[in-house]
Design a protein. Sequence first.
Length: 381
Amino acid sequence: MTFFSFIVPYRNRDSIRVKNCLQSIQNQNFADFEVIFIDYGSDLAIQQATEKLCGTFPKVKYYFFDTQYQFWSRSHAINLGILQAQGQFLVIVDIDLIYPPNFTDLLKNKIDENSFVQYQCYYLPENQQNCQNLDFSKTYPYKVSSTEFAAGLIAMPKEKMHEIGGYDEYFKVWGVEDMDLKKRLLAAGVQGKILSINEAPTFHQWHASASNEDLMPALWLKAMEKYAKEKIVSPLPYLKKLIDNQEFNEQRVALKLLKAGNFSYAFAFEYPTLQSFVKFSQAFFSLQKGEHISVNQEFTPIKVQEKSRLGHLFSTINQLLEKTKISYRITELFTFETEAVNFINVRDFLFYFIAENQNYIADYAFETTYHKQIRCVLVKK
């Protein structure tokens, strides 16, 4: 049996950071490992370039899963990787990381069948462009990742992951799944250990921060935190479901319909919006197995004119709210109360609908042009 399986969840990242990461893993002193590279639905051109790049590293096994136009799910991507892994121990990788050559030596001496190991990284600044010649013998004044408030950089016994059922796939887009996993491993009696930044200086390549507002509803992170806090800690079904259904790359019906652009019977959200949400839910749950519902809707942003009396009033009220550190803006209320259907409201509704009803959805494809258009297809399970 292979000792380590590095699992790399990935989608649509630039080739330079991919090469830097894989090269640092390839350069490990202790070489009894494999790299399971899970391409979770990259665009075609990026997918082809990434597969070709992975082919230049002997230890990398590249797998593509067609999840285009679906929400990023680090949990699902890693679970897919666990199923492919032959290693006794799993090392969860962030594609931005660069590892020191003795990382596997140090990890091998710390991990065992009854423990998981969290490791740390330096966050490189934007002006650190040269990642090829990093000095792993030095200490740096850079920010270091936390092991208390984040647990994304982790290694654990594969057997224990099967016992607890893998990562929880409720979590989508960004955040919480790592701390949830740590809590569940501890509840299963697995001891936590730390491979500190001083022992194994690992580096996180800089990248611009993505706007959470573009990625997910404003309150989705809080919803995931609430779910994680309230749920009962018990083995999850996700790995077993994947084992029972090995044919993950089945025909993507929703994706084909979205790309074909046949929206002649698309559902249209209308005012009052909340009533439309109810009608959409009723329409979906009235579908038979294999039938679909689609959305193809354009939106016109509502703008408050500064030169109007109403615009001046809203602007003054907003300034007062900002001074008192109240984040809610009166223009949001104004937008909601008009008869125009708001992009954010519809996008957030569809996001939550998909996230909360994944057991009833056989396939979906969801595409947005921020504040302008939503195209979506849901196929009933």
